[in-house]
Design a protein around this ligand. Structure first.
Ligand SMILES: Nc1ncnc2c1ncn2[C@@H]1O[C@H](COP(=O)(O)OP(=O)(O)OP(=O)(O)O)[C@@H](O)[C@H]1O
Length: 877
């Protein structure tokens, strides 16, 4: 049997049935997993952007052309020409070791960063083997039946097979900013232009409203978007601000290092040192002190930090978010789902006759619930004989309640009548409505925020009859809604209207309504949020809540999570009355905003920026995109958020949990601290090394280290510099100090002072050992061996005491850093091996040491760095 071709030429010119037949798929069952796997093998993965592949060899190739390595090879060649073969072999072996170590460090950092993009890979609900499953978008194939959701960015081109009120934003393809109306039932001519193919949906476009199912026609490069893009590109993450700072710093410091690498041989020559030795020393010093590791340190710390975050349910989409996390001064959060559990449940059905919902609803309450369920944007999906509801949590709760009480006959809507039209929920109107085919005339059901709805209602249902609402009634109804809201309940008013004939606009249709009652939904605050808010406050971070909900509901939840003590609150309409300056003023004094729209959220973020705040914003909806993009850290909800929100955000909370933000901030601060410590240590070692070399030759002596010794020392220092601090746990006061001031330069005064004092300590320790040996008449080779050993001990001791800027080592504990203890053993073992095996010792131009000399070489550096730790006691923590 030959494999049928599931490719459809002109999907828009055929009926859904024809397309399904050509694609050989049953719309009720979808593709079988085996068939899908076969098609995947045939059509290839559905992607336009290939994840960046990081392999050890690739990094090795990139690294091997580094000027550093070329510099060292030059040293090796010169050694070969001027010296003995053993020296050349020795230096080549060490070079190889250095290269491998650097490549491995860089590979680890790059692999961690690359794995982040895999974590944020997307899925889409598709019907497979009779059940709706979240299928990774890469695995979608022609013939897959998709269930479209509002806010979803489509991953393939597809033919609609069923639709209700579907509107799709196609601006990426057509440039048209108004969403296009779509209709599964349309059958068009083959030559219909792309922008008018109303029965197709395209990869890259976004579902703006409505619901639908569609069958995939083409994927990857065969989609319209693929044709425009032209080729599969490889994603390369842009550099972050700190990565750029490090690069600039490295470049600048490289000149400094080069200057000294010329100065040392010049001084040596003037002091009568052999010129060949001096040239080699200059070259190796340049190799050892040019800070090429700086950008790697930041990638390492950022990459591993981001990886750690991912295990705590925080997916970093752009590394700059990981950097900014530590600097946040305000967290602007929404309420539903972030602060609350997002488990809405129906608690009240308020009709003309009854209010609470204890046990089974009475007839009027059942009527109200059936109406509410007939006007939702949620989709019911039947899977393995059980119904699952996808969509907005409010609507999901209502549909589920209706289902529980046996009130869910339809598939798409929920009301028994056939759905004629839908007006999607609009954050500004705060109303959603649907038109069903009624007995005589079309029936409009509208539901939304009580204040928005009451203004549109002229009568209300009492005992099955419509009664005109008097002014008193209106007051009473408002009071009733306010009282419910004050208990933290989300109140939804539900109303109906039999529509007169003729076409009506939305505004005209949604007037003169008959109020059926209020539905009350509870969504308790997450228990861990109160602690998280307190922790953030302690860390100098203000939490503000911006919600679309009723002010009373907002207040009740805010009190529960310990947010606002003064009770001040601004509503959307009040924000509208403020100009930008006044809003900036108000935003710094108010922490609670209710009845807001996404535009208000955006204005508030801008207002906070005007006050120089660094703002993290949470969001989930399509409309949150501008605020998320404007924020310094845009946080999307992974579980309940829309694709568009996730794409605009640079960080995704996989568990939608507010408390995770606190953990992320802590991690962000730790990450920056570690970076600072890493750089401080790394540059201290370089300063120390240069000073020691300069010191030796300035006194008319040979450099305290021979070139090959310098290369070995450099290898050990680099490993310690890049790995120690990435493994350092957070400082105990990480969440008890104010956020870092972004305006402060990275290399600030305390950092520069620390680099020079710590570098000077190492210099003093090693130089005094060296000079002591020379002046007491020891041969130069022995003095150099002492200096080498002293340095090996000193660089390690320095790493230990530089683990914390303010906490002494005794309080930190020896084992809280997972890298340093084993590395100490490795260094000790290496040093012992180097000194104990005569061949290695000779290769490194070292001599054997007496017990007394060992004692000096170990004790002097350790005692020298102790003061750095003691100095911390001046400001103990
Ligand atoms: N699906 C819905 N049907 C009817 N009314 C709704 C629906 N969703 C929200 N509303 C009404 O609109 C108001 C504002 O909702 P909106 O979605 O803007 O806030 P929210 O985004 O859920 O809140 P938050 O910003 O805290 O997450 C709600 O308080 C409710 O009265």
């Amino acid at each position: 049997m030959s494999a049928p071709s599931p490719v459809v030429e002109h999907g828009h010119a055929a009926s859904p049935e024809d397309v399904l037949e050509q694609l050989e798929v049953d719309p009720a069952h979808g593709l079988g997993e085996q068939e899908a796997a076969g098609r995947l093998a045939r059509f290839g993965p559905n992607r336009l952007v290939r994840p960046r592949r990081v392999t050890f060899w690739r990094v090795l190739r990139e690294e091997s052309t580094e000027p550093m390595i070329l510099l060292l090879l030059a040293v090796a060649v010169l050694y070969g020409v001027w010296g003995a073969l053993e020296d050349t072999v020795a230096i080549v072996v060490v070079i190889a070791a250095v290269v491998l170590v650097e490549v491995f460090t860089e590979y680890r950092a790059k692999a961690a960063i690359a794995s982040l993009s895999r974590l944020s890979s997307r899925t889409a609900p598709a019907l497979r083997g009779g059940a709706v499953r979240e299928v990774p978008t890469e695995n979608l194939v022609p013939g897959d039946v998709l269930v479209l959701r509002v806010g979803e960015r489509l991953a393939a081109d597809a033919r609609l097979i069923e639709s209700a009120g579907l509107r799709v934003d196609e601006s990426v393809l057509t440039g048209e900013s108004m969403p296009a109306d779509k209709d599964a039932d349309a059958v068009l001519t083959a030559d219909t232009p792309l922008g008018q193919r109303s029965n197709l949906v395209f990869a890259g476009t976004t579902v703006a409203a409505g619901r639908a199912r569609a069958v995939v026609l083409s994927t990857a490069m065969d989609t319209e978007l693929g044709r425009i893009t032209g080729l599969v590109v490889e994603a390369k993450p842009p550099r972050t601000a700190l990565q750029q700072t490090m690069r600039d710093l490295a470049r600048w410091l490289a000149w400094l290092a080069l200057g000294f690498s010329v100065l040392v041989p010049l001084l040596g020559l003037l002091g009568g040192q052999p010129w060949r030795e001096m040239i080699l020393t200059g070259l190796t010093l340049a190799f050892a002190t040019i800070p090429e590791e700086l950008p790697i340190i930041i990638s390492m710390v950022l990459g591993l930090g981001a990886y750690r975050l991912s295990r705590r349910n925080v997916v970093i989409k752009r590394l700059r978010a990981a950097e900014a996390l530590g600097t946040i001064t305000v967290v602007a959060t929404d309420k539903t789902g972030t602060v609350t559990e997002n488990r809405m449940s129906l608690s009240h059905l308020v009709t003309g006759e009854s209010e609470a919902l204890d046990g089974d609803p009475d007839a009027a309450q059942r009527g109200l619930l059936a109406l509410a369920a007939g006007c939702t944007d949620a989709t019911v999906v039947h899977q393995d004989d059980t119904a699952h509801v996808l969509g907005d949590p409010t609507d999901v709760a209502l549909l589920e309640a209706a289902h529980r009480h046996g009130l869910l006959p339809g598939q798409l809507g929920g009301f028994s009548g056939e759905l004629l039209a839908e007006y999607p929920f609009d954050a500004r109107r705060k109303i959603i409505s649907a038109v069903h085919r009624g007995d005589d005339r079309p029936l409009l059901i509208a539901k939304g925020a009580p204040e928005a709805m009451l203004g549109r209602c002229s009568s209300r249902l009492v005992g099955g009859r419509a009664e005109v609402i008097s002014e008193d009634d209106r007051h009473h109804l408002r009071d009733q809604a306010d009282r419910m809201a004050a208990q933290g309940i989300r109140v939804i008013a539900v109303a109906t209207r039999e529509l007169p004939g003729g076409r009506l606009g939305r505004d005209e249709a949604e007037t003169d309504l008959v109020l059926a009652g209020f539905a009350g939904l509870t969504d308790p605050a997450r228990p861990e949020v109160a602690d998280a808010v307190r922790d953030l406050r302690q860390a100098g971070i203000r939490v503000v809540m911006i919600t679309g909900d009723h002010p009373n509901t907002a207040r009740a939840i805010a009190a529960e999570i310990g947010l606002e003590r003064t009770g001040s609150l601004l509503t959307g309409p009040q924000i509208d009355e403020l100009d930008d300056d006044a809003l900036a003023e108000a935003a710094s004094a108010t922490s609670l905003f209710a009845r807001t729209t996404p535009e208000h959220k955006l204005r508030l973020v801008r207002a906070l920026h005007a006050r120089r705040e660094i703002v993290a914003v949470t969001g989930d909806g399509v409309n949150d995109t501008p605020a998320l993009a404007q924020a310094d850290v845009g946080i999307a909800m992974g579980a309940s958020g829309t694709d568009v929100a996730r794409e605009a955000a640079n960080l995704v909370l996989a568990d939608d949990d507010f408390a995770t933000i606190t953990r992320a901030v802590r991690e962000g601060r730790q990450l920056f601290d570690n970076l600072r410590k890493g750089v401080r240590y790394y540059l201290s070692c370089k300063v120390g090394l240069l000073a020691t070399a300069v010191g030796g030759v300035a006194l008319g002596l040979p450099v305290p280290f021979t070139p090959i010794q310098i290369v070995v020392l450099e290898m050990f220092m680099d490993i310690a510099g890049s790995a120690t601090f990435a493994a350092e746990p957070a400082e105990s006061d990480a969440m008890r100090r104010s956020p870092r001031d972004l305006r402060r330069p990275f290399l600030d005064r305390p950092l520069i002072i620390a680099i020079f004092t710590c570098g000077a300590t190492l210099f003093v320790a090693v130089t005094s050992i060296y000079l002591g040996a020379v002046w007491s008449g020891a041969p130069i080779a022995t003095a150099q061996t002492l200096a080498f050993t002293g340095w090996m001990v000193g660089y390690l001791a320095l790493a230990w005491v530089m683990r914390s800027e303010r906490t002494p080592l005794v309080r930190l504990g020896m084992r809280s850093n997972g890298f340093l203890p084993p590395w100490t053993l490795v260094t000790a073992a290496s040093l012992t091996l180097i000194m104990a095996v005569p061949a290695v010792r000779d290769a490194l131009n070292l001599t054997a040491l007496t017990a007394g000399q060992w004692l000096v070489a170990v004790l002097v550096p350790v005692l020298a760095v102790v003061w750095i730790d003691l100095a911390k006691l001046r400001h103990p923590r």
